[in-house]
Design a protein around this ligand. Structure first.
Ligand SMILES: Nc1ncnc2c1ncn2[C@@H]1O[C@H](COP(=O)(O)OP(=O)(O)OP(=O)(O)O)[C@@H](O)[C@H]1O
Length: 499
């Protein structure tokens, strides 16, 4: 079963169309763009076009994976936490996992900003090896990666190479991006001293360390592999892959979506773009200051975005028991089915709680996109106004009121598969007084309060603020030390400018 088909027609921009054409042309793709430019919508469309055989939908978090009826990339890869080199992972890979890699035709990866370069390179090596196709990126699987590097970075900051440094972001991998510089990258077993990057001005000094005979050998090797003779000054477009075996010829096509759909007001779009790029000026701070006022909310109260889960749980429990709710609590128990370990995996990543308790007056947040109502999406805010005789909650959203029916989250071997191996059926609602910033990634939230003072790390303020859909529905809490917190990773800025 593919993701539910939309019953309304998105307004595809020329950029969206280019991505659709490139996908149909079987090109490797990286789709990026600011929050709310329709990356997820496009991804779901591409998945629906992908056919049924050998298609794998993955994301870096289980929550995002479920939204595209997929699994985490780690689960797809079947190599646990990917400790050890590609050879080791290959030797320890199950027969079933090897079969999955070999039959894969298209691999979708959502939230790619959270994928670090080391893991990507390791998977690339593994894919080449298991598919016995050493000369093709990911062994010839068509890659479709979607994400925004200005949003949440890879989880766990420390690199695995023992350097104590930060994890490299995906775009820092030469396997991800051919930057026009001819390179020889080391086999992963090579000692760092054997590393030779030829033609890259940054590494020219290193070349001086190499013996002349080595340089001659390297250049001869490049000339044998490349289509045109290599000259050191040439911006050559192919690089020798890190097995040192052959040039990697496939480019990853980059598509940048620029039209923001989530927000309509130019002032809000401008503010968010300034925060995204870490280019906040006085005028943006003035807008943020003006947003510190209480929100004009009637019975739908704003959702508070907190950086920590413990703050979220405490707030929701306190408010549910408080005076703003009335009547007895109504408990909804999830209906789970399926076999282990798939069921355990589904439960861990599902946005639906096993037990959901609601009362009249409870603030809720819708957790899936409604297939026929474009205004009720993953993140829409509402309030419980009553219960039907059948016991379903009546929820008033900003756009409409509806009796909310249960939704089934499925775990399937592939997005088009009818063979569901585990499922949870529950109302697509969470308590909505507060939510964590990490959980909010991907949502559009109508009424929102953001606590900027508690924010840590690049991208977090941007993710939080960019969930809002309008200035009228956004409140900011912060002291005046904002500027320090509204930073962007300079490497991401440089990559974005180079696109
Ligand atoms: N082409 C489009 N036409 C009409 N509405 C669109 C289009 N693209 C996106 N939208 C709407 O804009 C909102 C945000 O879209 P979407 O979640 O796909 O953006 P995104 O780029 O994935 O955002 P984020 O980076 O925050 O996850 C959704 O409500 C979606 O329905």
């Amino acid at each position: 079963m593919a993701p539910p088909a939309l019953q309304w027609c998105p307004d595809w921009t020329p950029e969206h169309r280019r991505a659709i054409d490139l996908f149909a042309d079987k090109r490797n793709l990286f789709v990026t763009g600011s929050a709310g430019t329709g990356k997820t919508l496009l991804l779901n469309h591409l998945i629906s076009l992908a056919g049924t055989v050998g298609v794998h939908c993955t994301a870096l978090t289980g929550l995002a994976a479920l939204n595209i009826r997929g699994t985490t990339l780690h689960k797809f890869a079947g190599c646990g936490l990917a400790r050890g080199d590609a050879d080791y992972l290959f030797r320890n890979m199950s027969y079933c996992t090897k079969g999955r890699w070999r039959s894969a035709r298209v691999l979708f990866i959502d939230e790619v900003s959270m994928l670090d370069a080391d893991f990507f390179e390791k998977l690339d090596r593994l894919a080449r090896r298991v598919r016995m196709s050493p000369h093709e990126l990911f062994g010839g699987i068509q890659l479709v990666m979607v994400g925004d590097f200005f949003q949440l970075p890879p989880v766990g900051q420390v690199a695995m190479d023992g350097s104590g440094g930060q994890k490299r972001m995906l775009f820092e991998s030469p396997a991800f991006r051919d930057d026009g510089v001819c390179k020889i990258l080391p086999h992963e077993d090579c000692a760092p001293d054997n590393l030779a990057l030829v033609g890259d001005p940054l590494h020219r000094d290193r070349k001086a360390d190499l013996k002349p005979v080595t340089v001659r050998m390297l250049l001869a090797a490049i000339n044998a592999w490349c289509l045109k003779p290599f000259e050191e000054t040439t911006n050559y477009h192919h690089f020798i892959d890190y097995h040192g075996q052959a040039p990697c010829m496939e480019a990853i096509e980059m598509v940048k979506l620029t039209k923001v759909f989530r927000q309509k007001e130019p002032e809000l779009v401008g503010l968010l773009e300034a925060v995204r790029l870490g280019r906040v000026e006085r005028r943006h701070l003035d807008v943020l200051d003006a947003l510190q006022r209480p929100l004009d909310a009637d019975d739908i109260r704003p959702t508070k975005l907190y950086p920590l889960n413990s703050m979220v749980d405490a707030e929701n429990a306190r408010r549910l028991a408080g005076e703003e709710c009335s009547g007895p609590p109504v408990t909804y128990e999830a209906l789970d089915a399926g076999k282990q370990p798939d069921l355990k995996y589904l439960i861990k990543n599902c946005p639906a709680a096993e037990i959901l308790v609601l009362r009249v007056g409870a603030q809720v947040i819708h957790t899936v996109n409604h297939p026929s109502h474009p205004d009720v999406v993953n993140g829409s805010r509402g309030v419980v106004t009553g219960f039907t005789p059948d016991g379903l909650p009546r929820v008033k959203y900003a756009a409409c009121s509806m009796d909310v029916v249960t939704h089934r989250w499925d775990h399937c071997p592939s997005p088009h598969s009818t063979a569901v191996t585990a499922s949870r059926t529950q109302l697509p609602l969470r308590l909505g007084w507060s939510i964590s910033i990490h959980r909010s990634q991907g949502m559009s939230i109508d009424f929102l309060e953001v606590f900027l003072d508690k924010i840590f790390g690049d991208g977090m303020a941007y993710v939080a603020l960019s969930r809002s859909t309008s200035l009228a529905g956004l409140r900011v809490h912060s002291s005046h030390v904002l500027l320090e917190r509204l930073t962007a990773n300079p490497a991401v800025v440089a990559f974005d400018e180079s696109m």
